[in-house]
Design a protein around this ligand. Structure first.
Ligand code: SF4
Length: 200
């Protein structure tokens, strides 16, 4: 499949300036758990960056909605594989989250077909992980389960997690290096059980 066709099918990838590679994003309003958390003060989704700023522009919203609709396209796995092939690092969902078990299974297929790419996917959707054996996840993918509340510890049921702190203890160095990952790859590293971000 040509990249042009793959972009038309999927709505294309995003390019977060902070990250060492491209990403895929979906509308934050479609987040199943996040849409509830955003109403809860002190949650990691309260004040969600993906509901503000440039994400509110009509053209950005249209692109996000196109990517959401594209998940139902039977060519999605092939098209995403085409777009991601050749990338060293990939991030799933710089906005948005897992929509269904089928969506997650399709992401696994894309990861398996892009075995040279290291994939990282943060999620707040415990419902899709609770019955999943981490050993069955493609070895080039790490799924980090985010804690729902700022200043709470990592969840216990999943081996790779992320937390947000308003105090000391941040382990993400991005704020000290121009809000970029630079050479840090902790989020992609399975030997790092938890990554702690500073509250924005
Ligand atoms: S912990 Fe490292 S890889 Fe993760 S977001 Fe921060 S700088 Fe990037």
């Amino acid at each position: 499949m040509l990249k042009k066709e793959a972009r038309e099918i999927t709505g294309g990838l995003s390019k977060p300036s902070k990250m060492p590679g491209p990403a895929h994003n979906l509308p934050a309003v479609a987040c199943k758990t996040g849409a509830k958390l955003v109403q809860i003060p002190g949650s990691v989704c309260a004040g969600c960056y993906a509901l503000k700023g440039r994400y509110r522009f009509t053209n950005v919203q249209q692109a996000l909605q196109r990517r959401l609709a594209a998940l139902e396209d039977p060519r999605w796995v092939d098209a995403m594989t085409t777009l991601i092939s050749g990338q060293d690092w990939f991030r799933w969902h710089d906005s948005g989250d897992i929509q269904s078990m089928k969506h997650l299974e399709n992401i696994f297929l894309v990861c398996k077909r892009t075995s040279k790419t290291r994939h990282w996917m943060p999620t707040r959707e415990a419902q899709f992980l609770k019955n999943l054996d981490p050993a069955t996840i493609p070895s080039n993918l790490i799924i980090r389960m985010s804690s729902h509340m700022i200043d709470s510890g990592p969840v216990k049921f999943w081996p790779w997690t992320s937390t947000v702190t308003s105090q000391e203890g941040r382990t993400c160095p991005a704020p000290d290096q121009g809000n970029e990952c630079g050479s840090c790859r902790q989020c992609w590293d399975r030997s790092t059980p938890n990554v702690c971000y500073g509250k924005h």
